[in-house]
Design a binder for this molecule. Sequence first.
Ligand code: FEO
Length: 393
Amino acid sequence: MKKVEIKPGIYWVGGIDWDIRNFHGYLTQRGTTYNSYLIMDKKITLVDTVKHYLFDEMITRIKEIVDPKKIDYIISNHVEMDHSGSLPKILELNPNIKIITSTRGEKGLRSHYKNINNFIVVDSGDTLNIGKRTLHFVHIPMVHWPDSMVTYIPKEKLLLPNDAFGQHIASAERFDDEIDWGILSEEAAKYYANIVMPYGIQVEKALNALKGLNIDMIAPSHGIIWRSHIPKIIEKYTKWSRYETEKKALIVYDSMWGSTEKIAYTLRSGIEESGVPVTIRNLKTNHISDVIKDVISSKMILIGSPTLNNTMLPSIGGFLTYLKGLRPKNRIGFVFGSYGWGGQAVNEIEKIIKDLSWDKPFEGINLNFIPDNKELQEVKKTGKKLGEYIKKK
Ligand code: FEO
C-alpha cells in the first residue's frame, strides 16, 4: 500500500474500496476511493479521513511518512461517514489532534461521535497558517451537505473540495491523465447526477466562489485527482449546475406483457425519424442510478408504465421517487403506458411530471391491452411530433 506524493510534501493517503457496489443505493460498478491527504509542514495536517473499514489502509500509508502521533490537525471538510468514519480511531491513537471544520461540521461531528471535542471552527474565508503554507477555507453548503467546505492551498495551487468533482472509481492510478477520459467523464457525470444534481444553484455559487483562485490541481475525496483536465471538468460542472441539456430523448419504461415496450420502441422510431437521438432504458435491466446519468444530458424524458393493481409498476414508482429527490430541472416530459382496465398509471406519472415543473406539451398515450398497427402508426406520428418539438427547444 503505497502513499502517493501529489505535490511536494503533500501525500494521498486514502483507501481504495475495490468491492463496494452499493453506495447508499448508487450502483458503484467500478468501486470507489475515499481520499485523505497528508500535508507535511510545521503543523502536520491530515485532510479528511476514510470510511471506518479502511482505517488500517489509511494509517499504513500515513505511517510510511510520519508517526500518526505527530499529526497536529485534521481538516474535516465534510461530516458524512465515508470521510469522517476513521476520525474516532485516529483520535484514539492521538487524542491531541485538533479538528478544523465549519460550524455545521462541528455540530454534525458531535452528533455522529459523542466523544470528539477538540474543535477549531472556521468560517468561510478564514485561513490557518501551518508553517510554510496557509490554508484557506471556503464553505460550499449542500455540495454535498450543509457542512461542506473546501480547503485551498495557494502555495501548491491545490484545491481539496471533498465531494465536489468526485467520481466513484477504484483504481491503482491516482491522476486524470492516467485513466481514459471516456471512463472519467462517464463516472463524473454519474456522480454529479446521483449526488449533486439537486443543488445546481449551490454548485453555481461554489464555482463562482472558486473563480478567483489559481488552481492547477483539484484533489477530491472520491476517485482520481484532476491535473490535466481541469478546464474540461469545470466546464461540465458549469453546464450541469445550470441544468443545460442536449437535444436528445431518453425513454425510461418497464413492461408486463410487452405492450408498453412496443409503444416505447415505436416512439423511439418516430423521434429518430425527426433526427433526434434516443436512448432507451428498460428498468428491468438498468439500475436507476445509471438511468439518472442519462437524465442529466437529455432534454426530453419519456416515462412509460403499464397499470398494475390500479397504479404504476413498482420499478417505475422507485425510479420516480429517486427522480423527485434529485429534481432535474428544465426538462420536457411525456408519459405513455398500456392497461387492461382502469389505466391509472399514466395519470399518476403525469402528476409527478407536473410536480417537477417540467414542460409537458402533449397529452400522454394510454392504450388498451395490445396496440394494433393503426394505433402504433399514431404512436409513431406522436414520436415524430415529439422529436420536432425537441429540435425547436
Ligand atoms: Fe463522499 Fe457526501 O460524502
